[in-house]
Design a protein around this ligand. Structure first.
Ligand SMILES: NC(=O)c1ccc[n+]([C@@H]2O[C@H](COP(=O)([O-])OP(=O)(O)OC[C@H]3O[C@@H](n4cnc5c(N)ncnc54)[C@H](O)[C@@H]3O)[C@@H](O)[C@H]2O)c1
Length: 251
């Protein structure tokens, strides 16, 4: 028996990296997974590989009208949505508040922050029809503390917002049996991290007390826990997965 048997789950940013790992894990635990991304080629290939319980939909998470169409289409095909993993995100420029290009700033806020609002706004009514649901918002350790030397007003702002919005929605929709939690990954081996480091992590692992970056699937274990009944009384909380990085404090 799978931990997500009978559940319908949306995972955004699902064509690669952590989103792809979550799709693989959720479908192996019995979920019907709607995998969404801008990257149609990779998303379709993933769905073809994993079979009829994975449905790829090309979807821009920044567009509220696309969210509305998505949820309507899912309800028609598979019924109401039980689980939402708001995973899609971009790093944006490493730039401080004075220097950041306004358009680049707004882009990061749109993709990392507004998308999570639009996702929750459209999916919660569907979850209420199902009698409740689970939302997992992907934030970052950049939503827990600020590390000197890599200023990123947009990324940090969006990831702190994700953490705060998680708590607000958990409190407001708890009475409707909707749980909402945030995940705060540290250094995870994904294409985004490869972009940030220009290599396979460079010396980045040396900064982590566990002395390594994580595999995306290690984060999937936490996402599965939060999306399943194993975490039935956990809501409104941040869950850090970082090999003890934030235990070092801001440095
Ligand atoms: N990799 C890390 O070390 C790390 C650490 C902390 C937090 N995170 C967060 O985890 C999440 C996943 O990161 P990742 O490392 O797997 O990234 P990734 O870049 O490997 O994958 C992100 C996916 O999101 C998709 N995407 C981007 N903009 C989109 C849009 N507007 N609409 C739909 N899809 C869009 C991309 O096409 C891509 O497939 C992000 O929210 C990221 O900020 C990553």
């Amino acid at each position: 028996m799978g931990k997500l048997d009978g559940k319908v789950a949306i995972i955004t940013g699902a064509a690669q990296g952590m989103g792809e790992a979550h799709v693989r894990r959720f479908v192996s635990e019995g979920a019907k997974v709607v995998a969404t991304d801008l990257n149609e080629e990779r998303g379709k290939a993933l769905a073809e590989e994993l079979g009829e319980n994975v449905w790829f939909v090309k979807h821009d998470v920044t567009k509220l009208d696309e969210w509305k169409t998505l949820v309507g289409d899912i309800e028609a095909k598979w019924g109401p949505v039980n689980v939402l993993v708001n995973n899609a995100g971009i790093l944006g420029p490493i730039a401080n508040v004075v220097d950041i290009d306004p358009e680049a700033y707004l882009k990061v806020i749109e993709v990392n922050q507004h998308s999570q609002v639009w996702g929750m706004k459209t999916v919660i009514p569907s979850m209420i029809k199902a009698g409740g649901g689970n939302i997992v918002n992907i934030s970052s350790t950049a939503g827990m503390l600020v590390v000197a030397g890599a200023p990123s007003i947009a990324y940090v702002g969006s990831k702190y917002a994700s953490r705060g919005m998680t708590k607000e929605v958990a409190v407001t929709y708890g009475p409707q049996n909707i749980r909402v939690n945030s995940i705060h990954p540290g250094f995870i081996k994904t294409p985004m991290m490869a972009l940030a480091t220009d290599a396979d992590g460079g010396g980045i692992a040396d900064a982590v007390p566990l002395r390594r970056m994580a595999e995306p699937d290690e984060v999937s274990s936490l996402a599965l826990f939060l999306a399943s009944d194993d975490s039935s009384y956990i809501s409104g909380m941040e869950h850090v997965i970082d090999g003890a990085l934030t235990a070092l404090g801001a440095s």
